[in-house]
Design a protein around this ligand. Structure first.
Ligand code: ADP
Ligand code: F6P
Length: 337
């Protein structure tokens, strides 16, 4: 393979720029040419495709967002959109594509591979909700941003003796809530993967203020459960009388300079994606499992609850659907006593 392209798609995540940089520099070091595609699949279809050199990715490793821009482009789920994109890839002499994004973006990569254009996925999303990898690029930064914000909310919560419901992103996954909750010493963590009893949540607030002498109460709520406002409403209906405030951290978690961990993971994965394409392999997604690089079939990776089988090289992981660490929920219960 002589010429490959790279794009970012779906929700942006801190560390995507570090991954693009790694793809470009690794490909160049392997004697390949690299093209950038702006705005994900939308830019592919529009032919917004241009050569990327080593210099163009200089000064990017520390920047949040994605300098290739990202887009949601549902038209790419249709055959017509895919064929229009492929037409552009052919026009630019591109033979393989690295797709940095979430599971929606992986479906697009799968379609390209099926049409004869090997595509490799790199998990770029703050949600950490992709099968086949223990970590996604952007998750660590999002957790750190959430912790910084929750620390601040705790100050004002303590000054006023208030309860705070802090809503964090994560789509249907509770990973951000669990990690940020533990790291910020949250009093309660509510995630979609675990049922909650609203009466119990209310009695815990009351008990903590009245019997444990706590002067703050922080509840970290994953957006996949319900909105912070809806949760606050439920608390009131269930008899909560504490002075309650709701903060939605929202898109703040998507921005900012990536942490060292996200930069390292992005560099590692970006480089491996190029190795796979160089070997003519498509239809795979790069991941990290037990601190080692792995690759998995992108089809399985994009499907919920996917299971994988081992290859002869022993590199494709077995049975690694995404699972939030529910042991962290019970860990937090014992630590917030
Ligand atoms: P993420 O990649 O973060 O999960 P989306 O689900 O929005 O984000 O998907 C990103 C983009 O991937 C979509 O806007 C679309 O261009 C492409 N895509 C999503 N689903 C499919 C599909 N079934 N087939 C082809 N392309 C898809
Ligand atoms: O997938 C990343 C994410 O930020 C989710 O956590 C959130 O549910 C969603 O994207 C928000 O999407 P949008 O940026 O389109 O509002």
């Amino acid at each position: 393979m002589k010429r490959i392209a790279v794009l970012t798609s779906g929700g942006d995540a801190p560390g995507m720029n570090a991954a693009i940089r790694a793809v470009v520099r690794k490909a160049i070091s392997e004697g390949m040419e690299v093209y950038g595609i702006n705005r994900g699949y939308a830019g592919m279809v529009d032919g917004d495709i241009f050569p990327l050199g080593s210099k163009e990715v200089g000064d990017k490793i520390s920047r949040g967002g994605t300098f290739l821009y990202s887009a949601r482009y549902p038209e790419f789920a249709q055959l017509e959109g895919q064929l229009a994109g492929i037409e552009q890839l052919k026009k630019h002499g591109i033979e393989g594509v690295v797709v940095i994004g979430g599971d929606g973006s992986y479906h697009g990569a799968m379609r390209l591979t099926e049409h004869g254009f090997p595509a490799v996925g790199i998990p770029g999303t703050i949600d950490n909700d992709i099968a086949g990898t223990d970590y996604t690029i952007g998750f660590d930064t999002a957790v750190n941003t959430a912790v910084e914000a929750i620390d601040k909310l705790r100050d004002t919560s303590s000054s006023h003796g208030r309860t705070f419901v802090v809503e964090v992103m994560g789509r249907n996954a509770g990973d951000i809530a669990l990690w940020a909750g533990i790291a910020s010493g949250a009093d309660q963590i509510i995630v979609p993967e675990e049922e909650f009893d609203i009466e119990k949540v209310v009695s815990t607030i009351k008990y903590d203020f009245e019997h444990k002498g706590k002067n703050h109460h922080i509840i970290v709520l994953a957006e996949g459960v319900m909105s912070g406002d809806a949760f606050a409403q439920k608390l009131k209906e269930a008899g909560d009388t504490s002075d309650l405030r709701v903060t939605n951290l929202g898109h703040i978690l998507r921005g900012g300079s990536p942490t060292a961990r996200d930069r390292v993971i992005a560099s590692w994965m970006g480089s491996h994606a190029v190795e796979l394409l160089k070997a003519g392999k498509g239809g795979l997604a790069v991941g990290i499992h037990h601190e080692e690089l792995v690759e998995s079939p992108i089809l399985g990776t994009a499907e919920e609850g996917a299971l994988f089988s081992l290859t002869e090289e022993g590199k494709i992981i077995v049975n690694n659907p995404h699972k939030a660490r529910l042991d962290f929920a019970s860990l937090n219960r014992s630590l917030s006593q």
